[in-house]
Design a binder for this molecule. Structure first.
Ligand code: GLN
Length: 198
């Protein structure tokens, strides 16, 4: 059994909870810093990254989230969550949580394509993954240790660095839970590595 939290400061929280719920997964809606301690993994949902960062600071989540990542606990960011995880953001001096070595561009698809859907191949996750893009960011550069998991045309839209997973679309808005299952397996593996005797 793994315990996975969904950071509930803003954004599509309920949808992530629905995708994660399974007999082997306990899902926690995270509203207080103290809850982080009991978790094996955390989802950072979509929403609006600057607002989410403001709320992270306001409720004292910044250092505890950095600590959570430093302990090697898996994180999965979707859309605004991906932006929070990047260590470089176009037109901004610094990243937010900076846990993945990649550069992202916010709202990268422009007005005409504010939202759209596509079926994508995602390495390790599967074929024909329905991707819902909403004012989505793009990954414009990745570092050496970052694995590109998916592209939309030439553009990178999903990546992983060790225990940190991110995509620029919203798998929580579909009935296809494979992306979340992939994250749950990452959390199970990480937990197994930390507590090999169990
Ligand atoms: N455009 C938003 C941002 O920059 C992200 C959009 C989303 O999460 N759907 O934070």
């Amino acid at each position: 059994m793994v315990k996975i939290g969904v950071l509930a400061l803003q954004g599509a929280v309920r949808e992530h909870v629905k995708c994660l719920e399974a007999p082997t997964t306990e899902v926690v809606v995270v509203k207080k810093v103290e809850q982080l301690g009991e978790l094996d993994g955390l989802v950072l949902p979509g929403g609006e990254s600057t607002t989410m960062r403001r709320l992270i600071d306001l409720y004292g989540f910044y250092e505890p989230l950095k600590q959570f990542a430093a302990e090697g606990k898996p994180m999965f960011g979707t859309c605004a969550g991906l932006i929070l995880m990047a260590d470089q953001i176009v037109d901004r001096d610094s990243g937010h949580l900076s846990v993945i070595n990649m550069k992202v561009q916010r709202n990268a698809f422009g007005r005409q394509r504010e939202s759209f859907e596509a079926d994508l191949h995602v390495t390790g996750v599967g074929e024909d993954i329905r991707a819902v893009f909403i004012r989505a960011p793009l990954i414009v550069e990745v570092g050496e240790d970052v694995e590109v998991l998916s592209k939309y045309g030439e553009e990178i839209v999903a990546a992983r660095q060790g225990r940190f997973l991110a995509c620029s679309f919203h798998p929580e808005l579909t009935d296809d839970h494979r992306f979340h299952q992939f994250f749950v397996s990452m959390v199970e593996e990480a937990k197994e590595e930390c507590e090999p005797s169990k």
